[in-house]
Design a protein around this ligand. Structure first.
Ligand SMILES: [Zn+2]
Length: 364
């Protein structure tokens, strides 16, 4: 356990050392002193912003003037490696907890709990304890006497270990970016929040639909994201916060084209298994005969790696949790995994790649 935690904390510490913002970040690596939480020591709030699915090299291939300006002016890391699996909920919770996925327990965007025969989906998981395995930063901050806020960061709209975020915003994808920014700023100015997170669904949504290499469409989508970042900076300036708070702009994972799909129903009887999650990494829960399902899957496609849970490569840090399925499927880049193409009607498949962007900013 200690090794797994250490790996991610080095990453977070690196972010902070780079921008000299350590005092503004609540301490979670050693949150207790003789049983008591250390109070927050910084006077400068931290705003953590995630643009979902922002591939690391979008900056090189698209005209993004605000991002380009910040690349020059802010600290900037070329790319980062997301946690495995490279999906939205697991990675946002890794950022929020400092833990690998197997340690915080949000092991996929969609999960199956075989003990209770229940499912987790992004829109249906309130109050079921799915998030209780690890203490998120927002809760550590509050337990240390700070005030946390969020606009729709995954996992901040639910109770965790019985606690609720102080300045939250219930998830509603139709709420405009500008309203989310206003909410976050109000958390800082009115509620005196010292740690606030902001989540936006693009460019992930469009990247999945159109593909990251669709330059015409993605330029429009990314220009809008660039406009959003410009609005954020302008609004912080209007509120006289710019220069007085720390801002980190990051993402959860990248994006890659999927040109062909592997259809599992063509390889084994649909009644033999429960399918959880989809491309390019999928989970299979055999209904009865694990070995038979495993054997059929290994013969399904040469572009598919099939692992029994105990044999998942240790470098994934994706093995030691009861919600990780008995069989894990990992497709080669360029390939997706679906149950069958009739059920999965996404017009164009895109998948996630293990890269992401990070831009850092601190007070001058
Ligand atoms: Zn995502």
């Amino acid at each position: 356990m200690a090794l797994r935690i250490k790996g991610i904390f080095i990453l977070l510490l690196f972010q902070c050392v780079e921008i000299f913002c350590w005092k503004a970040v609540p301490s979670v690596s050693n949150p207790t002193t003789h049983g008591k939480r250390k109070p927050p020591t910084g006077r400068h709030p931290l705003l953590l912003v995630s643009f979902d699915g922002f591939r690391w090299d979008y900056l090189d291939h698209f005209h993004l003037p605000t991002f380009a300006k910040l690349q020059q002016q802010w600290a900037h890391v070329e790319k980062l490696q997301p946690a495995f699996i490279s999906k939205t909920f697991p990675n946002h919770n890794s950022i929020m907890t400092g833990l690998y996925v197997e340690s915080h327990g949000i092991v996929a965007n969609s999960m199956y709990d075989d003990e209770h025969n229940t499912y987790f989906t992004p829109g249906r998981h309130n109050g079921t304890g799915w998030w209780d395995d690890a203490e998120p930063l927002w809760l550590s901050n509050q337990l240390s006497g700070g005030v946390s806020g969020s606009a729709m960061w995954p996992g901040t709209g639910v109770h965790v270990r019985g606690a609720e975020i102080a300045c939250g915003m219930r998830y509603n994808r139709s709420v405009p970016f500008e309203d989310r920014v206003r909410h976050c700023v109000a958390c800082i100015t009115d509620k005196k929040a010292n740690f606030v997170t902001l989540y936006w669904e693009e460019p992930d949504r469009s990247g999945h639909h159109y593909g990251p290499r669709n330059s015409t469409v993605m330029q429009k989508v990314l220009s809008k994201v660039d406009d959003h970042l410009a609005f954020l900076l302008s609004y912080l300036s209007d509120k006289e916060l710019l220069g007085h708070i720390n801002v980190i702009v990051t993402s959860d994972h990248g994006m890659a084209d999927v040109e062909q799909v592997i259809q599992l129903d063509s390889c084994l009887d649909p009644q033999m298994y429960i399918f959880v999650n989809n491309n390019p990494i999928a989970g299979v829960w055999p209904r009865h005969d694990l070995q038979k399902v495993f054997n059929l899957l290994t013969e399904c496609s040469k572009y598919l790696k099939v692992y029994k849970k105990a044999e998942i490569p240790s470098e994934y840090h994706y093995k030691d949790h009861r919600l990780i399925p008995p069989i894990l499927l990992v497709a080669e880049q360029g390939w997706g995994i679906v149950r069958n193409a009739t059920l999965n009607k996404s017009p164009r498949f895109s998948s996630l790649r293990r890269k992401l962007l990070l831009v850092l900013r601190t007070r001058p």
